[in-house]
Design a binder for this molecule. Structure first.
Ligand SMILES: [Zn+2]
Length: 77
């Protein structure tokens, strides 16, 4: 699930803010952008797509936030 990937990336400090280069601290407004039926089959790489979130930096005075479907581009592996 995309939500789990996002949560994990934030918890592990891998979601990077492009402004201050710090780790993004929060996200908001999670939306599934497709209504595919979850069949319970488990992890598939394709399931990490299809979600829209607002990423919120939250570092010091940094005001960066972004509503995006392409949140995976901010994950630093
Ligand atoms: Zn920032």
């Amino acid at each position: 699930m995309a939500l789990n990937v996002i949560k994990k990336a934030i918890e592990e400090g891998k979601m990077r803010c492009p402004e201050c280069k710090g780790s993004v601290k929060q996200f908001d407004k999670y939306v599934e952008t497709c209504d595919s039926v979850w069949d319970g089959a488990g992890d598939s790489g394709l399931e990490t797509k299809g979600a829209k979130v607002t990423l919120i930096c939250g570092n010091g005075s940094c005001e960066w936030r972004e509503r995006t479907e392409y949140w995976s581009e901010y994950i630093d592996d």
